[in-house]
Design a protein around this ligand. Sequence first.
Ligand SMILES: Nc1ncnc2c1ncn2[C@@H]1O[C@H](COP(=O)(O)OP(=O)(O)O)[C@@H](O)[C@H]1O
Ligand SMILES: [Mg+2]
Length: 257
Amino acid sequence: MENILEVKSVSKSFSGVRACENASLSIKRGSVTSIIGPNGAGKTSLFNLISGAISPDSGSILFNEIEIAKKHPHQIARLGLVRTFQGAKVIRRLSVMENILLAAQHNPGDHLWRVVTPRVRKRFEDEARERALELLKQVGLTSFVDSYAGILSGGQRKLLDLARAMMAQPTMLLLDEPFAGVNPALVEKLVEVLQSLKAKHDLTFLLVEHDLETVMNISDEVYVMAQGTVIASGLPNSIYDNEVVIDAYLGTRRKSN
Ligand SMILES: Nc1ncnc2c1ncn2[C@@H]1O[C@H](COP(=O)(O)OP(=O)(O)O)[C@@H](O)[C@H]1O
Ligand SMILES: [Mg+2]
């Protein structure tokens, strides 16, 4: 199975507005794939469809050959497909460790949680804490473990968000604008962290991102969306030279910036 994710002709409308129209993607296992496109192109909607936040009007989404189009986000996450959000939220008055442990809290299932013995519970919490520490180390936040999350910079919050997503032990991560609002020095650091997490955990990445330079640097493949549909895909270089893309995306970008 070369492709970990297959999105086939997915459509979704919101009271007449076509957010996605016959959008298709094939994501190779172990790759970094980026989706670019102007505002309103349907990128976030496509992420919402893949992660189960909304379900498509038509089309199919296969993750490891399992149909997930009608599944709930927690079911999809349990299969190993986890997303982070545009504008990562942290609870400022909790510590970095507490923020990351919140993500693991419900793992055994709430109904089970009530009947487990204190000893089992303690073992689960110790194990979660250990894993959290290891992940915080992998993203470079060890020195902030006990700090309030509120003191973290925008870039550091993205690192925390990554560690938090990793608590679910995903095989594939969907990252919505991971570099937005991060200062350029930290973008490089973030890219390094993504690459080392990818190597360590055999991850596949799908990102939506506006920072074209970074997209071109880190992606194995790029998809371009406009008006709800995929208008081009290929190697980063081929995208840059594609007339249709320049018109639909780079053109608008030039106008809007
Ligand atoms: N929940 C929603 N309700 C109504 N319209 C929506 C909703 N989500 C997205 N849309 C519309 O779908 C289109 C695509 O939006 P979006 O997926 O956010 O694009 P992008 O992330 O590429 O900027 C836009 O026209 C947007 O207004
Ligand atoms: Mg968006």
